[in-house]
Design a protein around this ligand. Structure first.
Ligand code: NDP
Length: 331
C-alpha cells in the first residue's frame, strides 16, 4: 500500500526540490518500529532540511520531519506493540534518517517515548521539538536555582516556537516573563501566553563596549544567540543562568564576554534536545503534560498539510512563523 511523503531530491546542480510523492513501506529505512504518523511539525532545522540541507541531510532522496507523534503499527521490539501511541524527537531523525513528513515512519525503538498521559498526538506535536527544548531549558534553569519570585525571566525569540512555549511554561509556573520580540504586532499574542513585559528586539541587539550593565534578569531562555546574547549576559543578575538553545540571530556571541562569568558568576547552559537519554525525555514530556496550559498551547497552533511544507520551511528560516506549525500528515 502506498502512502504520502514529502520527498526532497537534489539535482545535478546541487539544488534541492521538495514535493509530495507516493512511497511504500519497502522504501522506508530498516528499524524496529513502524509508526503510522499522525502529526509532525515545522522547526527551524526542518526549514534547513526541506531547503538547502545545510550539511544536516547526508543522503538524497530524503524525508525530513525531525519530530512526529503517531500509533505503532508493527514492532519487533518488546517495549512497543501495535496500537501504542508514541512521540519522537531528536536522534537525527529527519536529518540522517527519514523523518515524520510521511504517513508512515520506521525508526529505532530507542528513539521513541510513549505518549505521556493527558496529551493527544496533536498536542504533543503542537509542543514538538521546539516545545520539548523549551521545557529542557526551563528544567536546566530550575536545576541551577531559578524559582518564582527571583525576578523577571527573559525569553528571546519569544514569538517563535521555542520562545512561545518557554513563555507559556514559565508564566504558568509563576515566573514574571519578559518576552523579547522583533515583531511588535505579536505583543498581544505574547501577553496572552502570560508575558508580563514585552521587550523590543532593538533594545538588545546592539553590541556595547560596557563590560557589565544593570542586573536585570533572574534567568533567560535564549533562542537567538548573536549580538543579543552578548548583551543579555551583561544584564543577568548575580549567580543566575542563561539556557542557550538556538542561534536564530547568528552563531557568534558578541561583546565583552568574560566579565559576566567572572564578576557575576553567570552560568551559560547549553541545551541539546537531540541526544537526550530516554529518562530525561520521559521526565521532560511528563513535565510538559503537567506544566504547559493546553489553552495557551492551542493559541500557538497554525495547522498545515504536507503540501504546505516547502512554503513553511522557507518562512521559518526568515523568522516569519509564529508559535508552532502542526502538520496533519493525513490531511
Ligand atoms: P523559530 O523560527 O520559530 O523562532 C525563532 C525566533 O527568533 C523568531 O520567531 C524571531 O522571534 C527570532 N529571530 C529570528 N531571527 C532573528 C534575528 N536575526 N535576530 C533576533 N531574533 C531573531 O525557531 P525555533 O523557535 O523553532 O528555534 C529557535 C532556535 O532554536 C533555532 O536556532 C533552532 O535551530 C534552535 N533549536 C535548538 C534546539 C536544541 O536542541 N538546542 C531544538 C529546537 C530548536 P521574534 O520575531 O519574536 O523576535
Amino acid at each position: 500500500m502506498s502512502f504520502n511523503a514529502l520527498i526532497v531530491e537534489k539535482d545535478d546542480d546541487g539544488k534541492t526540490h521538495a514535493s509530495v510523492k507516493q512511497i511504500t513501506t519497502d522504501d522506508l529505512p530498516e528499524a524496529e518500529v513502524l509508526v503510522a504518523v499522525e502529526y509532525s511539525t515545522v522547526n527551524y532545522k526542518d526549514g534547513l532540511c526541506i531547503g538547502p540541507g545545510a550539511g544536516l541531510v547526508r543522503n538524497y532522496p530524503h524525508v525530513p520531519g525531525i519530530d512526529f507523534a503517531g500509533t505503532v503499527e508493527e514492532s519487533s521490539d518488546p517495549r512497543y506493540k501495535p496500537g501504542d501511541k508514541v512521540v519522537l524527537t531528536g536522534w537525527r531523525v529527519g536529518e540522517a534518517h527519514w523523518g515524520g513528513y510521511a504517513q508512515k515512519a520506521r525508526v529505532r525503538a530507542d528513539w521513541l517515548v510513549p505518549l505521556p498521559e493527558g496529551l493527544t498526538t496533536r498536542q504533543a506535536m503542537a509542543v514538538g521539538t521546539a516545545g520539548f527544548t523549551a521545557m529542557l531549558a526551563v528544567m536546566a534553569l530550575e536545576d541551577h536555582g531559578l524559582k518564582p519570585g527571583h525576578g523577571p525571566v527573559l525569553v528571546t525569540g519569544a514569538a517563535g516556537g521555542v520562545g512561545s512555549v518557554a513563555t507559556a511554561i514559565l508564566a504558568h509556573l509563576g515566573h514574571e516573563v519578559a518576552a523579547v520580540t522583533g515583531r511588535a504586532e505579536q505583543a498581544d499574542y505574547l501577553k496572552g501566553l502570560g508575558a508580563s513585559q514585552i521587550v523590543p528586539r532593538s533594545d538588545l541587539n546592539e553590541v556595547t563596549r560596557k563590560p557589565l550593565e544593570s542586573e536585570t534578569w533572574a534567568g533567560c531562555v535564549d533562542a537567538v544567540a548573536g549580538a543579543m546574547l552578548g548583551r543579555v549576559l551583561k544584564q543577568m543578575k548575580y549567580g543566575t543562568s542563561v539556557a542557550a538553545v538556538g542561534l536564530a540571530g547568528g552563531a557568534a556571541i558578541e561583546g565583552a564576554l568574560i566579565t559576566p562569568f567572572i564578576l557575576r558568576g553567570v552560568n551559560l547552559l547549553g541545551i541539546d534536545s537531540v541526544m537526550q537519554p530516554y529518562d530525561n525525555r520521559l521526565r521532560a514530556w511528563q513535565r510538559i503534560a503537567r506544566d504547559l496550559p493546553m489553552d495557551k498551547l492551542d493559541s500557538m497552533i497554525q495547522p498545515a498539510t504536507l503540501a504546505d511544507l516547502p512554503r513553511l520551511g522557507a518562512d521559518i528560516l526568515k523568522g516569519q512563523v509564529r508559535g508552532r506549525v502542526v502538520v496533519d500528515v493525513n490531511a
